[in-house]
Design a protein around this ligand. Structure first.
Ligand code: G4P
Length: 533
């Protein structure tokens, strides 16, 4: 009996992330989904936690808002008996690395695209990561109440720029000022857009027979003719929906709507809970772990530090992969080979976090209070030696030498750098030649964050010096003793470094030198991420 309910708990869960370019409507959509789940009462609750655009030049403000947003890192709610966990992915591009890591903890994603802007840069990058990992994706084209691109042109753009194979499961009728509503291909009904849909959840009208005259009455003659033609084109051009292909990451269903007007959102959510995967097996270095296994296992994908120096506690976010997580139970911290118990782990619900009183199941996220034990990627088990894979580092975009500005505080500086890197704020590279430390970040903003935090939390001072690097390349070779590899190491000595795990990295100073190295040393493989197949 108990076994039965455990597997039912797993089947109920849908853990996903919403990805988009800033301003496409991710926050608005998240909020509408929460409203459907009854997890929040009014619009605006999530929005207030968003990193505001105006704050981009003021990193303290961003950090403060990031602090507030701990609770919204995981938004959980029930909808039609499904437990939905939305993992927040920061939209700000300087925190892209955070987003990449969060994507290792989701079972599927929803991609939001602005109908007028089409596919934007940030979306391209994030979708590429999802595509490479075969994460099931649903596309939501937003802001249909505004003038935008033609639906077919957009679908083409999604296919070509994002390299996806799409199949529309809903289709817009008109757009902008002439927006009439949506035909739901998945449910075969029509939902008419009215000004009231902002406050009321509109129910679609069933519509089996597209050729009935009723269509004309509902949307007018020209729209009716156009819709029939367009739907014919849709079924002629796009493959039919196939759930297995979607789950394999080979086919992406597309929905149209307007998050702000709460239009098309119910259709998206209903289809999502029907087709999106429940927690899936995950590879550890040792073996594949299935969610139904009774022993608890999980991995840390995010660490959130408290900016207040008086409370230097951190919250480590653990994704449960298998078994049931219970408080006050000893779990093995694999990297430290140490048993840890948690007396007040946090569960997340709605836009709040609370102490776990019931059990948490695969797919759920628990927040563990941490005084410096955890590092991103750490695995917890009930005793089995397992190492979860798949939290890679990506080549940073910016690189600078970091120098100690207060010789009396070198210990504090080392400790501060160490802990900030464990949190994943930036990446540290140590040059082979002289042991100098180089900090690599995704955005220039992180340098200010690091400097400020080193000073305020660790009492250490640092300065930076430019270090021109084009890309960090993780180096792999089949034969470490080969002439070619040794020659590569010798010639590029100045540019060779170790990352925090001790992996060898080539810090290429230009695109040209990288290409030259690739040509000259074909047996040396240069990867832009720390984990490669
Ligand atoms: P993000 O999280 O992806 O960055 O986007 P967010 O939801 O904050 O939405 C960005 C802007 O787009 C917001 O306007 C939001 O109201 C608007 N928006 C979202 N969905 C729709 C939609 O379906 N139709 C229309 N017309 N607009 C939409 P803003 O003016 O930047 O913010 P606010 O002052 O309205 O909060």
């Amino acid at each position: 009996m108990e076994r039965m309910s455990f597997t039912q708990e797993i089947e109920k869960r849908r853990t996903f992330g919403i990805i988009s370019h800033p301003d496409a409507g991710k926050t608005t959509l998240t909020e509408k989904l929460l409203l459907f789940g009854g997890a929040i009462q009014e619009a605006g609750a999530v929005k207030n936690n968003k990193i505001k655009k105006t704050a981009t030049s003021d990193f303290m403000e961003i950090e403060r808002q990031r602090g507030i947003s701990v609770a919204t890192s995981v938004l959980a709610f029930y909808y039609k008996d499904k437990k939905i966990n939305i993992l927040d992915t920061p939209g700000h591009k300087d925190f892209a690395e955070d987003t990449f890591r969060t994507l290792t903890a989701v079972d599927s994603v929803i991609v939001v695209i602005d109908v007028a802007k089409g596919v934007e840069e940030q979306t391209e990058k994030l979708v590429e990561v999802c595509r490479m990992r075969h994460i099931p994706m649903i596309v939501f084209i937003n802001k249909l109440d505004r003038e935008g691109k033609d639906a077919f042109d957009l679908l083409d753009e999604v296919e070509s720029k994002l390299k996806l194979t799409v199949t529309p499961l809903s289709f817009p009728i008109g757009m902008g000022h002439d927006f009439k509503g949506i035909y739901n291909i998945y449910e075969r009904n029509i939902n008419l857009f009215t000004a009231e849909s902002k406050t009321k959840i509109s129910e679609g009208q069933a519509f089996e027979d597209l050729h009935s005259k009723e269509l004309e009455t509902l949307i007018g003659e020209s729209h009716a003719t156009q819709l029939r033609e367009e739907l014919e084109l849709v079924s002629g051009v796009y493959p039919p929906f196939d759930r297995d292909a979607y789950l394999e990451g080979e086919l992406q269903p597309v929905f149209f709507g307007s998050a702000l007007n709460n239009f098309g959102v119910r259709e998206l959510l209903d289809c999502f809970i029907a087709i999106a995967p429940s927690p899936r097996p995950k590879s550890a270095e040792e073996r594949l772990v299935r969610p139904e296994e009774t022993d608890m296992t999980g991995f840390v994908f995010k660490i959130h530090a408290n900016m207040d120096p008086k409370h230097r506690d951190r919250l480590a976010f653990l994704k449960i992969v298998s078994g049931t997580f219970k408080r006050n139970t000893p779990y093995l911290h694999i990297r430290h080979n140490k048993k840890l118990k948690f007396s007040s782990p946090n569960a997340f619900f709605g836009d709040k976090k609370q102490i776990v009183d019931t059990s948490s199941y695969p797919g759920d996220i628990v927040g563990l209070h941490d005084t410096g034990n955890f590092k991103i990627g750490d695995t917890l088990t009930e005793g089995e030696l397992l190492h979860y894979k798949g939290i890679p580092s990506f080549s940073p975009e910016h690189f600078r030498y970091i120098n100690n500005a207060d010789p009396m505080k070198s210990k504090q500086l080392a400790k501060g750098i160490d802990q900030l890197m464990d949190e994943g704020v930036a990446q540290l590279f140590t040059l082979d030649l002289n042991g100098r430390k180089v900090i690599g970040t995704v955005g220039a903003l992180q340098y200010e964050v690091i400097q400020y935090r080193l000073e305020h939390e660790y009492g250490a001072k640092c300065t930076y010096e430019p270090f021109p690097v084009h890309k960090a390349c993780w180096v792999a070779t089949e034969d470490e003793k080969s002439e070619e590899f040794l020659d590569f190491l010798r010639v590029k000595q100045k540019y060779m470094a170790k990352d925090k795990k001790g992996q060898t990295v080539f810090l290429a100073d230009s695109h040209f030198s990288l290409e030259m190295a690739r040509q000259k040393y074909p047996s040396v493989k240069l990867h832009f991420t720390s984990e490669y197949e």
